[in-house]
Write a protein that binds this ligand. Structure first.
Ligand code: HEC
Length: 258
């Protein structure tokens, strides 16, 4: 004998069945998505609008370096990262006073850079400040070298572009510590690896110190981003092929103090 009580039971069964079916579909859909290859933005894409460029990119790549131009990615970013965006100061993690100076966009905004006008740019003002309470970097860190200040001023005067260049020719045959290797360390590493702040217990001030890491392999390992080493310079683009070649050749020659 038929009763009406069966009908709702069937509908519930059907409902459950379609729910399970839908869930399975959903599961299949989402898991299959995970297997799609991830499309990562191409970091080497060149931009041809000289003045802007995005905050993290490599800037406007030009083929060879013009000796009269100051390039953000090649010179200014490594300088600011090692002097200002180190741990405890203006890196993204510490953001002292809410200021982060780790890429183009942040440096332009937080440093209040006025292209063409270093004098009215906050960043330039604080590095040339006479008041010991206001100067950056603050004591015990030493003030930026005048040559570094001049580079920053010139870069702002030239339009504060997010630009870059690569050295066309690179002759490492006569490389010396004083004219080849040390200037690279001074501009790109010393801000984090000096007598006051030896990040990772690594001090790269002077030949005797540098020689320790040249001999141990960690100097070359870190700048070539070899397995097992922390990639350096931390927070900045990799050194150029030319710079790496200079360091490599100098180490091969026995890392002399010349
Ligand atoms: C912004 C700060 C910063 C800059 C700039 C920087 N380093 Fe470092 N470096 C560190 C820190 C921090 C460590 C410790 C490891 C870590 O936390 O990544 C370190 C570690 C090292 C080590 C030890 C690596 C290892 O695996 O044993 C070497 C060698 C080194 N740095 C060399 C350099 C050289 C050469 C440059 C310049 C081309 C440079 N660093 C630029 C912060 C910096």
């Amino acid at each position: 004998m038929k009763t009406k009580s069966k009908r709702p039971a069937v509908s519930i069964d059907l409902l459950m069945l379609s729910l399970v079916f839908l869930l399975t579909l959903l599961l299949l859909f989402t898991t299959s998505c995970k297997h799609e290859p991830q499309i990562l933005p191409d970091k080497t894409t060149m931009t041809d609008n000289g003045s802007s460029g995005n905050g993290n990119g490599n800037g406007n790549q030009v083929s060879t370096c013009d000796p009269d131009s100051i390039y953000f990615q090649k010179t200014i970013l490594p300088l600011l990262v090692s002097s200002c965006a180190k741990s405890g100061c203006h890196d993204a993690l510490s953001h002292e006073d809410g200021i982060v100076l780790d890429n183009y966009q942040n440096i332009m905004n937080h440093g209040d850079i006025r292209p063409g006008n270093p004098g009215s740019s906050d960043l330039y003002e604080v590095i040339t400040e006479n008041d010991p309470d206001k100067i950056m970097p603050p004591p015990p860190f030493s003030a930026l070298a005048q040559s570094d200040i001049d580079l920053i001023a010139a870069w702002i005067s030239q339009g504060a572009n997010n630009n870059n260049c690569s050295d066309g020719n690179c002759d490492s045959s006569n490389v010396t510590f004083s004219s080849g290797v040390n200037p690279i360390l001074q501009s790109k590493c010393i801000g984090c690896h000096n007598n006051n702040l030896a990040s990772g217990q690594v001090n790269l001030f002077g030949h005797a110190n540098v020689n320790i890491y040249a001999q141990s392999g960690s100097l070359l390992g870190s700048i070539t981003h070899a397995n097992g080493y922390f990639p350096m310079p931390k927070g900045s683009p990799m050194l150029s092929d030319c710079e790496i070649a200079l360091v490599r050749t100098w180490i091969r020659n026995g890392a002399p103090n010349n």
